[in-house]
Design a protein around this ligand. Structure first.
Ligand SMILES: [Zn+2]
Length: 127
């Protein structure tokens, strides 16, 4: 099934943002949100709100709101770090895939620092 900005918003109401990156990364974003959702339901907290998702220096950047920890619950803070670990893992993986078509790229076919493969870069130029 094709993953769209709408599908991500519908499946994960805590991720109600306009995605500022190519759609080749949408499946990664969907996977990341799925993991966050699963994790949060396992530890019984509500998922932190996603504030922004964009491309920066050839990688995905996902910004999340802090968990409300006004009760100063140390377990809640621990959960937030667990969630940040999930996010960081997906951010690292993203730089290995073309953000336009989603295919794996390597240093040789990478165009500048934008995580766009050579063939997608040529399509862009010819437009
Ligand atoms: Zn591509």
């Amino acid at each position: 099934m094709k993953i769209t900005n709408d599908k991500i918003e519908t499946d994960f109401p805590f991720c109600n943002v306009y995605l500022e990156c190519g759609e080749g990364w949408y499946p990664l974003i969907w996977g990341c949100m799925k993991e966050i959702q699963k994790y949060c339901s396992r530890v019984d907290i509500s998922p932190p709100k996603v504030l922004q998702i964009k491309e920066k220096f050839g990688g995905l950047r996902m910004y999340l709101a802090q968990i409300d920890n006004s009760g100063e619950n140390p377990l809640l803070l621990n959960s937030f770090y667990d969630i940040m670990n999930i996010v960081e893992r997906y951010e690292l993986i993203s730089s290995l895939y073309c953000q336009m078509c989603g295919k794996a790229i390597n240093e040789r076919t990478r165009v500048n620092y934008h995580a766009i493969c050579e063939s997608c870069s040529n399509i862009k130029k010819n437009k």
